[in-house]
Design a protein around this ligand. Sequence first.
Ligand SMILES: [Zn+2]
Length: 234
Amino acid sequence: MPYCVHCGVELDATAAFCPLCHTKVLDLSQLPDPAAAQPFPTQRGEVAPVAKQELALLITAMLACVAACCGILNLFLRPDRGWSLYVIGAAVMLWLWIVPPLLARGMHLLLRLLVDVVAVGLYIYLISVDLDGKAWFWGLAAPIILWGGAVLLLLGLVLRVYRRSVITTLTILIGSLGVFLFGVEYLIDHWLCAAWEPSWSLVVLTICVGLVIPLIIVRRIPSLREEARKRFHL
Ligand SMILES: [Zn+2]
């Protein structure tokens, strides 16, 4: 087996050059044989992309199968309680989350969010019907889902415009989390005692503001931004 005279790496018998340092192989006793089989493939292989329609079909089949199996099992196991409705509802929700975006390429953000929010709303509505909890659904769950949808929509629109760096995205994400939880506590307080006394969400919001301020400072000052990029590999 020949070795590179420059870097010492072991060479293949067919190598005319060292693959590491490109030093020419000059071993008169072992001249390279260009006709011999190369140690590497000469053609570049490509992995075939997964067809989205096939993936959508597979996911649909899997979810439908789980829902159908649980529905049939429910006929024999505790038929007085419609427990399989929870599984079927979850399968429908997952389907609405995953399959339409797979099939409709370039689905509008607003439409996608609307489908997702409606899916969550429908599932929680199903649970509220089973638990006889229409009051808490309309009084608490529905407003929180709508609020979450509104924050997500705003987040999506803002990130589309300001998606320049990891620091900006992180700043916007932390800020919206604080605002979302602040609104959630308002809705809970309003539902429970018809009065607003912010407590835990104020703590969360303060922490979020405390995280957002240094991030904004880092983003604004170029030297700090470069330093952060280098240190955290952004
Ligand atoms: Zn070499």
